[in-house]
Design a protein around this ligand. Sequence first.
Ligand code: BEZ
Length: 254
Amino acid sequence: MPDNEWDPDDYDEGHGFVAEYGKDVVRLLDPQPGKRILDVGCGTGTLTATIADSGADVVGIDAAASMVEQARERYPGLSFEVADARKYDPSEFDAVFSNAALHWIPSDDHDAALSMVASALADEGRFVAEFGGRGNVSQVETAVRTELSERGYDTDHSWYFPSIGEYAPRLESHGLEVTSAWLFDRPTELDGGEAGLREWIGMFGDELFAPVSETDREAILAAVEERLRPALFDPETGTWTVDYRRLRFVARRQ
Ligand code: BEZ
């Protein structure tokens, strides 16, 4: 799994839209009192707590210790574990939920995570999730990669943004029957005004910059902003809007 550096305070304060949009996915999950639910990639626990508010019995897991530490501080009554979804040994759950997390698990490793989900689910249990779909943040990723390569940097970092046609058979190969799936554009306005794009890249894309010197980093960020300004910056509102695309689905363990 890519080793992004996570700053939990910045994640909550500057990127609250992640959990805000995720509420739609919780509505699709429709958690019920007493149901056992596993939240994969729970981050700082905002949606885990929303699920728990329904009376469900929820466990949140996340690979980033800093995020889990923050989740435990914010919600001491809930259960959180530091765990990599590819290696987790789950107990039995009625549903598995995940928002904005699965794209961090590279395609080559993804079957290990899906196998964990399948083994976690009781018969007829549901897997309800959303993450970046085919074409997600492609303008931003292309601009960053272009500026990196123009300065001689190579990066093997990659997120996984599949289409429905690619992902549904993958789910089915793990005995997870897809009952609904959507791929849709969700242009996402960033917080932070003029600095919003570089803050977003700092939060989510630091791995792309791993080999880059501080001086080059500044030059690359400025060049990326200039490249993307005509398409993604609105001078009237002073905000950046990133080209998010979401893959959302419901699958049922057969
Ligand atoms: C997302 O689609 O949620 C996302 C993708 C890559 C980096 C950060 C966020």
